[in-house]
Design a binder for this molecule. Sequence first.
Ligand code: SAM
Length: 276
Amino acid sequence: MSETLAPGLYIVATPIGNLSDLTPHAARILTEADVIAVEDSRVTAKLLAHIGVRKSMTRYHDHNADKVRPHLIERMASEAVALVSDAGTPLISDPGFKLVRDARAAGRAIHTAPGPCAAIAALTLAGLPTDRFLFLGFLPSKAGARASAIAEVAAVKATLVLYESGPRLGAALEALHQGLGNREAAVAREISKKFEETVTGTLEELAARYADVPPKGEIVIVVGPPGEAAPAEEADVDAALKEAMSRLSPSRAAAEVAQKLGLPKRDVYERAQQLK
Ligand code: SAM
């Protein structure tokens, strides 16, 4: 049993790239805990080797969590149980919330050692407003579900933060452009690693840049809030649509008008169908 840590659950954030980002507090807990609950023991073993620690690990991931959770909660009665994920802050697009919920319900002490989180790191790089932001995690991969998820947040007056993978980046940016209009955005890649890069531009520019060249590595997309301009009057939208539909199909006309007026394409397309 740990001689220095009181029994309970310790949520421990770990680096998202640069191992030096492990905080002294996190290193102390990982050194002194009785057991560490990990997603992948090979990943956490590398981190532990970096701080010269050999420690008992228990796997806790999406596929075994329901089975393992009661045992971990039992152990927390008399031992210090640390929870880490492969990288960053546990519970943020990673397992853990049910462990915290059930540990609290069982009366266990819960502590956190805050630290790196890709979403927050990307916000600091993007140069977009940070006073209000909405974290969306990963968008659905199927086009229809993805468009619906984007439409749900199109009116939210906040910066949006999303996790994404290289192969899906181009399609995600295009869907965001179609659903949100042409907002300012940033793609932060490989944060705190050797090939770290942040590219900024409008959603249209970024979608075009990554359309045919999927980048490697881990990615966060940050999208600025809707513009401050007064919303277009319904009559303006109708006039612009009628003009555009005299030249183009309803779908193309809606895309053009949505971009020109900074409106979600889906809404403008619905109006185009009514006017047709
Ligand atoms: N819990 C983690 C955190 O606190 O950021 C996130 C875990 S989630 C399963 C993994 C996703 O986070 C990646 O697919 C990527 O979108 C993002 N991510 C993690 N590390 C990153 C990095 N170094 N640079 C950019 N994005 C990163």
